[in-house]
Write a protein that binds this ligand. Structure first.
Ligand code: HEM
Length: 305
């Protein structure tokens, strides 16, 4: 049997990505359903045309919009973006659809986005389009390597794809998206040691601090969580830097077989450990969007047709 997941969920990181969020124009649900049914054909054709450029796409449906497209069947755990309260705000800015397109050539990423947008035509309005790039050796704009502790190889599937626990949506994935705007002048005013303490990793050679050396406020301390059985809670991150000389930051994107892991991590970052230890990194960057989507398996698109 062919793999029943959208290739962009699992594929290795690329040098270029485009995240487009869309809202459906009122009265357009039927037309959008048709466009969704055709979308995988458009993606497949372009993948064949540009094979060798690692072109991948994910099309996902917003948690709030889901019932408009599929009122009878809903992924078991699909919930809205979590509301968390703490020293910093995490805004919730729902959108109906997400196109996450990536490749190793900006022109090819752009071309697939153009073709998909043409398919939806005037039935959607673009909420936001964020063009992302690999920065140096896969670093965030704060200068630290991002993605090191991501799951690797086949383990990515175990982390990111819904399994038998929800057989109607096996091969799907829960996505959380947040656009962060960095305050780089404030960041660069910190000493190297202060920056490294904030991640719990060294900057130049990307070495993890020992657990005992990590401050409770370090980003990797706050986000590396375990369940009651001592198993690591994991997500697959496809975050990438974006921006201009005037505004830049990280487009954070996580994929997971359950939305719960992201929620617990965000809570741990923002609400802290109950002893006042939140994620200090958040003093240097501001989330300006927050959305929850579900990327359905390929058969779901076929059944729409
Ligand atoms: C680790 C950057 C937001 C979850 C890291 C690392 C960097 C980084 C540089 C260390 C290397 C690595 O393992 O990838 C950022 C930046 C963020 C951000 C710049 C926002 C501006 C988030 C959010 C979450 C998250 C919102 C989840 C809610 C994680 C996890 C790890 C990690 C799970 C691996 C922790 C470990 O096991 O060591 N992040 N991150 N990050 N981040 Fe973030």
């Amino acid at each position: 049997m062919n793999a029943n997941y959208q290739s962009g969920v699992i594929a290795d990181a690329n040098s270029d990505a485009l995240f487009v969020t869309l809202n459906v124009v009122e009265g357009s649900n039927r037309a959008v359903k048709q466009a969704l049914a055709q979308s995988q054909g458009v993606i497949d054709a372009m993948k064949q045309q540009f094979s060798g450029q690692s072109l991948h796409a994910v099309i996902a449906i917003g948690s709030e919009y889901w019932p408009q497209i599929s009122p009878l069947k809903r992924p078991l755990l699909l919930t809205n973006f979590p509301s968390v309260e703490g020293a910093v705000e995490m805004p919730i800015t729902p959108a109906d659809l997400l196109l996450h397109i990536r490749s190793d050539r900006h022109d090819i990423t752009f071309e697939l986005a153009t073709r998909l947008i043409a398919l939806f035509g005037s039935h959607v309005a673009i909420a936001e389009e964020v063009s992302c790039f690999r920065y140096l050796d896969s670093r965030d704009l704060t200068g630290f390597v991002d993605g090191t502790e991501n799951p690797q190889g086949d383990h990515k599937k175990e982390v990111a794809l819904v399994g038998e626990e929800d057989s109607d949506f096996e091969g799907g994935s829960y996505i959380h998206l947040q656009r962060y705007v960095h305050d780089l002048p404030k960041w660069h005013a910190q000493t190297l040691k202060a920056q490294e303490d904030m991640y719990g990793r060294t900057k130049a050679d990307n070495i993890e601090y020992s657990s005992a050396d990590k401050p409770l406020t370090a980003h990797t301390k706050r986000t590396s969580l375990k369940d009651d059985q001592g198993q690591s809670l994991e997500i697959l991150r496809h975050s990438m830097p974006y921006g201009t000389l005037q505004e830049s930051g990280l487009l954070f994107a996580s994929y997971c077989r359950t939305p719960e892991n992201f929620t617990l991590m965000l809570k741990s970052m923002v609400e802290g450990d109950g002893q006042g230890h939140g994620d200090r990194l958040m003093q240097f960057t501001t989330a300006v969007t927050g959305q929850a989507f579900f990327a359905p398996p390929l058969t779901w698109f076929k059944e729409l047709g």
